[in-house]
Design a protein around this ligand. Structure first.
Ligand SMILES: Nc1nc2c(ncn2[C@@H]2O[C@H](COP(=O)(O)OP(=O)(O)OP(=O)(O)O)[C@@H](O)[C@H]2O)c(=O)[nH]1
Ligand SMILES: [Mg+2]
Length: 449
């Protein structure tokens, strides 16, 4: 779905997540990438630039609670702005019970009406509704067959008449039939004989007067990008019972622009088409849509970004348990041994020896009790150290050395969190990556207690 937009946005997001420190220069780079990405997706240039300015202002003017890195704020602001751009509200399809609801699909030539009619029927059938399809396209040869076949493939009643030239007559007969069958819902596929908006809207009004649908859905091809603005606007002005479906969001480079344009007219976008197959229709929930674009499927992630962090994290409480988890999760992977060898004080040795060293450290940490891992104060006690050395098959000196290293790391992490607003995990990763120079380390240790 929207591959170009998704890839670019995800690149920007990894840059933000991975940035050790975001200053104004880095922020401006991020914003400029973001604005360009929007413009490439065919978002209106003025709108994109305005969003960039708002991002900058919001990031610079928001006062962050202590302990929350600036990275989180930037991610949150970009997410918010994307949601705002793409619609914010979710509009549900209302199907009134006890009657046969009529939905009429309209749209320019080739926008995806017939395919979408069948997708929608399939979607609603799966949710337990009795649905029927009517072909009111007497204009395009093959329209009848196309919808009939689709209806058969999903096992939904179909009505049409190959010989009748008047769509109104077909619809009237079809509705009569389907009302007898007590269907919950009938979807009418109309002809896409127009290439421009005005004529389409005029014809839609004429059809609506006689058919009296409960809802008219405008099917817009996502490939038209920001040109969707005029279409949605004219449509929204022409009918109060209108909603929008944007199709071909899979692959289309301009789909983002189309969604933004439709959202800007306040027309309710209810569904999106994301492929050629019958199941490729989704309800449109902007928050969920944006989260997926950003590669973070859970929208709650963005809510949590600015939430107060627990005191233990603010005060930089890096425990032996954190170190144990780090070794277990990260250091057990291949290739990171080189990076951490300085930290464990065994630089210059080969990988085999390093691995052995790490496994000894792991054994030490694993021989500690839960209380000891959480509260290293307890380990000032000699008999505890002796017990751990015995339990891990190491020596008193090795346990002591590990504790000294831990204490050094704890102080550095605390200093990094304070001075650079890094999260505990980022600070640890930075230290472990070996990218800090000896003089930086010295400076950090000097300022930290
Ligand atoms: N990739 C992709 N293709 C789609 C999507 N929706 C429709 N299409 C394709 O777009 C083409 C036109 O679809 P139709 O449903 O026939 O469009 P229409 O609006 O009914 O066309 P007319 O009746 O001629 O106006 C077909 O090849 C569909 O498979 C979508 O969401 N993604
Ligand atoms: Mg059609």
């Amino acid at each position: 779905m929207l591959d170009n937009l998704r890839n670019s946005l995800q690149k920007i997001f990894s840059k933000i997540r991975g940035a050790p420190y975001i200053d104004e220069k880095v922020l401006d780079e991020i914003i400029s990438d973001f604005v360009n990405t929007l413009i490439e997706a065919d978002v209106n240039v003025d709108v994109a630039i305005e969003i960039g300015e708002r991002v900058r202002e919001r990031v610079l003017n928001t006062k962050l609670p202590e302990g929350i890195p600036l990275n989180n704020l930037v991610m949150r602001v970009l997410y918010d702005e994307l949601v705002r751009l793409l619609g914010e509200k979710t509009y549900k399809l209302t199907i009134r019970p006890g009657k046969t609801n009529i939905i009429m699909l309209v749209g320019l030539q080739g926008s995806g009406k017939t395919t979408t009619a069948a997708k929608l029927a399939n979607y609603l059938k799966k949710r337990g509704y009795k649905v029927g399809l009517i072909c009111a396209d007497t204009y395009r040869p093959g329209a009848y067959e196309q919808l009939k076949q689709l209806a058969e493939s999903i096992n939904v009643p179909f009505f049409g008449d190959r010989k009748e030239k008047d769509p109104i007559k077909i619809v009237k007969r079809g509705l009569k039939e389907f009302k007898k069958m007590k269907l919950d819902l009938v979807i009418i596929d109309t002809a896409g004989r127009h290439k421009e908006e005005k004529k389409l809207i005029d014809e839609m009004k004429k059809l609506a007067e006689t058919i009296k649908p409960d809802e008219i859905m405008l099917v817009i091809d996502g490939m038209i990008g920001q040109r969707a603005y005029d279409q949605s606007k004219a449509f929204a002005e022409a009918t109060p019972i209108g909603s929008i479906i944007i199709t071909k969001l899979d692959g289309s480079a301009r789909g983002g622009g189309a969604l933004a344009a439709a959202a800007a007219t306040n027309a309710p976008v209810k569904f999106i088409g994301v492929g050629e197959k019958i199941d490729d229709l989704e309800t449109y929930v902007p928050q969920r849509f944006v989260s997926r674009l950003l590669g973070i499927p859970d929208p709650e992630f963005f809510t949590r970004l600015l939430e107060e962090v627990p005191k233990s994290i603010i005060s930089g409480k890096f425990t032996l348990r954190d170190l144990l988890e780090y070794y277990e999760n990260v250091a057990s992977k291949r290739g990171v041994f080189d990076k951490i060898k300085d930290m464990v004080g065994i630089g210059g040795l080969n990988e085999k020896i390093i691995k052995r060293q790490i496994s000894r450290q792991l054994a030490i940490l694993r021989s500690m009790t839960r209380e000891e891992l959480e509260n290293p104060e307890l380990l000032k006690n000699h008999s505890r150290i002796e017990r751990i050395a015995r339990g891990s098959g190491t020596s008193f000196i090795e346990v002591r050395r590990l504790l000294q290293q831990y204490d050094k790391m704890r102080r550095m992490i605390r200093a990094l969190m304070r001075s650079r607003r890094l999260s505990k995990e980022l600070a640890l990763a930075k230290i472990m990556s070996g990218e800090l120079s000896p003089s930086e380390i010295k400076k950090l240790l000097k300022g930290a207690s």
